[in-house]
Ligand binder design. Structure first.
Ligand code: M6R
Length: 607
């Protein structure tokens, strides 16, 4: 979490840093700060709160003026959000910004205190600044190399030395960092959208590589001072992808981008009407060999895995375990050679998912990553890789990334079922063709957004609510519930509808909202019975079901209808849309910051 940036060039550095940080604010918004070489002297401005608070503060304290510097937007880990704990942090001659966690900071701090150093903040980052200062002998690269040998944990660091004006140094281990290359200017950033306004060209920094940025040249070294020649990458996103484009929030824009995201993700993977994942390293022979599959991920990405399990087990009859990455990595899982472990991640940097993938590899399993962020750690380390092509997802609440993750799970399940001989080529072709029609279905559903706005207006005063469903509908209830609580701050739970009567139904009281997803024909009657049970106990029921079903008064108070022509198997891609919109409008109506919900960050690079 946290976003870091750095700039060296001819532009007004404060403007560039503030602009770049605004594109990274989704990574944390507890505080913000910048350090700029102003008349060859390092000057710092920082403030608790958002970037806007820093801008306000600078109006009073004075704007920093110069052409090189570093910046930070924080998701607090060590030390409460406060002015003093905000980055940048400084020693006498060194100032830094940091994304990551220094696990051995306590021991390092004790050592430095014994050596007579004084600390101002409670952060692990200040320890790194002081340590750099302690070792500094006039050679920045040697000092950075020496200090990082002592650090345990994760870091992407932007570093400036007082006696090296107009030069920015950077290093990373585990936490992501890119180096942007423009005309007579260069940048560092935690993520590509931060630099897109200025350049599309960038280097991906690898672990323990040190970047040295100056106006006319940028060089990258290893820890032994050897210069490294790296491949210059070009971002395939344009600026619009990282802008709101007329929508009130990124989340709404991203919900509306879903039809396009699905098309760009699946079209290149369909050849002659059949799924073809060969380009991702997945062959029919390989698929035929897997006896057991694990899907490991966090949050919404894990929910995409739950949909995947239903699809794979139903179509290919291969057993699938879906696991939360933070549990999987510590529970000594029974995984071995011949197993396939699928890691799903939008950011490709989620610490627990990355660790789970490394564990799976160590245990001998093959790993397949389904990742949105190009060049991310999970993408680089997996044995096989399917990129989802959703473009940058900026809102903290994941929507289009989830949609393309499940789109990939469909293609994967179809191909696996074909490889295992569980479906015929004709059936595979038919299913693939139905998948290609889903973007149009979603466009149609989005036309009814006003209905979800009305439903949201009925939920805003609730203290707590339930999402229920069976089978695939239960998988969707999980995602609907997470989305709502994440951005509306209303407590909600998802429950398998048939399980309610084993305890949870006692929570139902007069007027408690229950959102019921009932799209699966084979389970429909049973779900309706469960809905009647909660309705009879006073629940206010919203049902998400097929258009043609008209609920009686003893079933539901409100209905959101989905196109009848969608086959049961594909209903998740349809039913998630109203669930996303209900969460979105509930958050808007409650006056919340939809794109940046409290206490959260987009990319979770800590355990
Ligand atoms: O980047 P990842 O997909 O690995 O992130 C996993 C979760 O942190 C993420 O899906 C989170 O649950 C979303 N904010 C939910 O909307």
């Amino acid at each position: 979490m946290c976003g870091i940036v750095g700039y060296v060039g001819y532009r007004d550095c404060t403007e560039v840093l503030m602009d770049a940080l605004s594109k990274l604010e989704y990574r944390g918004y507890d505080s913000a700060g910048i350090a700029v070489f102003d008349n060859e002297e390092i000057k710092v401005a920082k403030s608790k709160g958002r970037l806007a608070d820093l801008a306000e503060k600078m109006k009073k304290t004075g704007r920093l003026s110069g052409h090189s510097g570093i910046g930070h937007t924080r998701w607090a880990t060590h030390g409460e959000p406060s002015d003093v704990n905000s980055h940048p942090h400084s020693g006498e001659r060194v100032t830094i910004v940091h994304n990551g966690i220094i696990e051995n900071y306590k021991a390092l701090k004790d050592f430095l205190v014994k050596e007579g150093r004084c600390f101002k903040s409670d952060t692990d980052t200040e320890v790194v600044a002081q340590l750099l200062d302690y070792y500094y002998d006039g050679d920045p690269i040697a000092t950075i190399a020496a200090v990082t040998k002592e650090l345990e944990g994760s870091y992407a660091l932007g570093i400036i030395f007082a006696d090296f004006p107009d030069t920015v140094f950077a290093i990373r281990r585990e936490s992501p960092l890119i180096v942007g290359i423009g005309e007579k200017e260069s940048f560092i950033a935690s993520d590509v959208p931060a630099i897109l306004k200025y350049t599309k060209n960038y280097y991906l920094l690898e672990h323990d590589e040190i970047a040295v940025l100056s106006r006319y040249s940028t060089s990258i070294y290893d820890l032994h001072y050897n210069k490294i020649n790296k491949e210059l990458k070009t971002a395939d996103w344009d600026m619009d992808a990282a802008e709101k484009g007329g929508y009130e929030h990124f989340m709404l824009k991203e919900i509306f981008e879903q039809p396009t995201s699905i098309k760009t993700t699946i079209t290149p993977r369909i050849v002659d009407g059949l799924p073809n994942l060969e380009e991702c390293g997945i062959t029919m022979e390989k698929l035929n060999g897997y006896k057991q599959i694990f899907v490991v991920a966090c949050g919404t990405a894990m929910h995409a895995g739950v949909v995947g399990r239903y699809l794979i087990e139903k179509l290919a009859r291969v057993p699938v375990n879906v696991e939360i990455a933070s549990e999987f990595r510590y529970r000594d899982p029974i995984v071995s050679e011949g197993d396939l472990v699928i890691i799903i991640s939008q950011s490709g940097e989620t610490a627990d998912s990355l660790a789970a993938m490394r564990l799976a590899k160590k245990l001998g399993a093959e790993t397949l990553a389904i990742v949105n962020a190009k060049g991310s750690s999970i993408a680089r380390e997996a044995d096989m890789l399917i990129y989802t092509h959703a473009g940058p997802e900026i809102a903290v609440a994941s929507t289009k990334a989830y949609m393309v993750q499940i789109a990939v799970m469909y293609l994967f399940a179809f191909e696996l079922a074909l490889a295992k001989g569980k479906i015929t080529e004709d059936e595979c072709r038919r299913l693939t063709s139905l998948l290609t029609q889903i973007p149009d279905t979603i466009t149609k559903i989005l036309e009814n957004k006003a209905e979800t706005q009305f439903i949201a207006s009925e939920l805003i005063t609730a203290d707590s609510l339930l999402y229920i469903g069976r089978g695939l509908d239960y998988a969707l209830s999980m995602e609907g519930s997470l989305k709502l609580k994440e951005i509306s701050y209303i407590h909600s739970e998802s429950y398998a509808a048939g399980e309610l009567k084993h305890g949870t139904i006692s929570l139902i009281s007069e007027g408690m909202p229950v959102i019921a997803v009932a799209t699966q024909s084979d389970l429909f009657d049973k779900t309706i019975s469960n809905i009647k049970e909660v309705k009879a106990r006073g629940a206010k029921v919203v049902i998400v079901c097929r258009d043609s079903y008209n609920p009686d008064k003893d079933v539901a108070d409100y209905k959101f209808g989905l196109p009848d022509e969608v086959e049961d198997l594909f209903m998740p891609m349809a039913s998630v849309v109203p669930l996303q919109l209900i969460a979105y409008y509930t958050s808007v109506l409650r006056g919340n910051d939809v794109d940046k919900p409290r206490n959260l960050a987009k990319s979770v690079t800590v355990e």
